[in-house]
Design a protein around this ligand. Structure first.
Ligand SMILES: *[C@@H]1O[C@H](CO)[C@@H](O)[C@H](O)[C@H]1NC(C)=O
Ligand SMILES: *[C@@H]1O[C@H](CO)[C@@H](O)[C@H](O)[C@H]1NC(C)=O
Ligand SMILES: *[C@@H]1O[C@H](CO)[C@@H](O)[C@H](O)[C@H]1NC(C)=O
Ligand SMILES: *[C@@H]1O[C@H](CO)[C@@H](O)[C@H](O)[C@H]1NC(C)=O
Ligand SMILES: *[C@@H]1O[C@H](CO)[C@@H](O)[C@H](O)[C@H]1NC(C)=O
Ligand SMILES: [Zn+2]
Length: 506
């Protein structure tokens, strides 16, 4: 070997070695960087038990399969499409089946009159004495012994009579159901602007409100709703509800404080046969388009409920389409006054507009001491508020499917929840109005968030942390939280065993 060759071999080896060292250092830096970010992620602080690790491997096997297939075939990626297009496909997913069985703790953002699935609402239309008034596309409902006195442009007819007279009852009921939900099996209109979809949503809300203004039906409605939530592995619920006058067949109209009492009584009855169900609390709501005086009146009633039923009362909130409602800043005199005695759980930033009054509701929600913030969809545009939310531990109630249906986001990969999870903000997942769009009480929302929004690397720890958060940020007192956590943990252990037993072949 010539000297020149020897030198060049020596030289090349040297270059090769140092390149390797450099590469090793780079890879180490890269890994450290990724890991330090993963450590910030929601759920990263949890340590899994050996059994949980095995269950996690099964869960992640299926999650990776779904995500990787979608990555290779983005044209079939369901989460970049409207929820209605893939809603019926969800059941096929193995990840979903695991999530469905998973105990999820509590639901903290739910509007009581839109909790129940349309299938069970349909059953309630089979109750006696229900009159209907159909006028082109509109449906009014009322329970009554005789023909209702309320004006109807056509005529009031017993619904059972209309149903009996129809040539095809399946078809009749199918058409009827469309008045109670935005979701339809035979194709839905997915291209709505925000005002159009909210108008349709308001119509559904109104029809359901008429059906359940009758006391016996409200009672059944709420019991059935609790049953559906319980079956979705939920052990505690905070409902948001306006105060409505319920009526009886004999003409009695109850005062507005009757309804919370009824809800509390139904929840108690439900607990008797479902002892691990921890219960229900109420966040009293008023529509945000109302005047100061009307808001003030409802607040006074909320105070009364708090006084009479301190165990049932959780707080106060303002609801309705945020962009067209009054901003919180406009109601400051009223809201500031009650700040100390009514706990606030404000909706805030359920909007795509940046720098507008609606968007800035988030500032008022924080300043008015809101315990949690509903949606907080726009929070991502406000770094100082994100910092405060983390510092003050103000939970964000994120409702992913609601945000799709009510036209805030199309491709869920763009949902700000991804960032909230990455930053480890105090997030809870909820479902807002699942009955209004045919979603599970909570499992669909968990599934879409876990596979469609969270990092591919996010695993069982995220799911468990979300369940733990729902307990931690609830309005329960410490004893209540301890009980809920105990009941949750018991179900969780069974769930983990089940996943392991099913293995890859579930
Ligand atoms: C998405 O939906 C299609 C049907 O539209 C289904 O065949 C497919 O399995 C779904 N993909 C995933 C990843 O769930
Ligand atoms: C009342 O209206 C229904 C349609 O809602 C119609 O079928 C029926 O014939 C009407 N009855 C009377 C008495 O007008
Ligand atoms: C409708 O049919 C059911 C079952 O046949 C019957 O019980 C009910 O009385 C009928 N209702 C009316 C208003 O005819
Ligand atoms: C009734 O309508 C349903 C669809 O809503 C259809 O599947 C069924 O075949 C119809 N039944 C009769 C007897 O026409
Ligand atoms: C009306 O009906 C309700 C419920 O059945 C009953 O509690 C109430 O006493 C009745 N009122 C009158 C005046 O008959
Ligand atoms: Zn809401």
């Amino acid at each position: 070997m010539s000297l020149v060759l020897k030198i060049s071999v020596f030289y090349m080896t040297f270059v090769f070695l140092s390149a390797k060292t450099i590469l090793n250092n780079y890879n180490e830096d890269r890994m450290n960087l990724i890991e330090s970010e993963l450590e910030m992620q929601l759920g990263s602080g949890l340590r899994l038990t050996e059994k949980e690790i095995r269950a996690n491997e099964i869960l992640m096997h299926w999650k990776h399969k779904e995500v990787d297939e979608s990555f290779r075939n983005p044209q079939y990626f369901n989460f970049s499409k409207h929820y209605f297009t893939f809603r019926n496909e969800i059941e096929k997913s193995k990840v979903y089946r695991i999530i469905k069985r998973m105990p999820k703790g509590a639901v903290l953002h739910i509007h009581s009159s839109l909790m129940l699935s349309v299938e069970r609402i349909l059953d309630l239309t089979y109750e006696d004495h229900l009159y209907a008034c159909y006028t082109d596309g509109d449906l009014k409902l009322q329970f009554s012994n005789d023909t209702p006195q309320r004006p109807c442009r056509v005529n009031w007819t017993l619904l059972s009579e209309l149903r009996n007279a129809s040539s095809n009852i399946t078809e009749f009921d199918y058409t009827l159901k469309k008045h109670f939900t935005l979701y339809s099996q035979r194709g839905c209109d997915e291209s709505n602007d925000i005002n159009t979809i909210w108008a349709k949503f308001a119509k559904v809300t109104k029809t359901i409100a008429e059906l359940i203004a009758y006391r016996p039906v409200r009672e059944k409605f709420f019991y059935e709703a609790l049953d559906e939530f319980y079956n979705d592995n939920i052990l505690y619920i905070e409902i948001r509800s306006g105060l409505k006058n319920l009526y009886e067949l004999n003409g009695t109209v109850h005062d507005k404080l009757f309804m919370p009492k009824l809800y509390r009584q139904v929840a108690k009855r439900f607990k008797e046969t479902h002892p691990d169900f921890v219960g229900v609390k109420l966040i009293v709501t008023k529509r945000r388009v109302q005047t100061d005086e009307q808001v003030q009146n409802t607040m006074n009633m909320a105070r009364e409920i708090k006084r009479e039923m301190p165990d049932f009362f959780a707080g106060f909130d303002l609801v309705g389409q945020e962009d067209v409602g009054r901003p919180l800043a406009e109601m400051l005199p009223v809201l500031t006054e009650a700040k100390s005695d009514l706990q606030y759980y404000f909706h805030g930033g359920e909007s795509n507009w940046y720098g507008m009054a609606t968007d800035e509701n988030l500032f008022d929600a924080v300043l008015l001491g809101s315990k949690r913030i509903g949606h907080a969809y726009a929070l991502i545009k406000h770094p100082s508020l994100m910092y405060i939310v983390k510092q003050k531990d103000i939970a964000l109630e994120v409702n992913v499917i609601s945000n799709i249906v009510l036209a805030l986001v199309h491709d869920v990969r763009n949902h700000p929840l991804a960032t909230y999870l990455a930053l480890g903000l105090p997030v809870v997942l909820s479902s807002d109005d699942p009955g209004a769009w045919g979603a599970d009480p909570l499992s669909h929302d968990f599934y879409v968030a876990f596979v469609g929004i969270a990092s591919k690397r996010a695993d069982l720890r995220l799911l468990k942390q979300l369940a733990i958060n729902s307990i931690r940020y609830s309005a329960l007192d410490d004893n209540g939280k301890a009980t809920l956590f105990r009941n949750f943990q018991h179900k969780w252990d069974i769930f983990i065993k089940h996943v392991i037993a099913m293995g890859i072949h579930l």
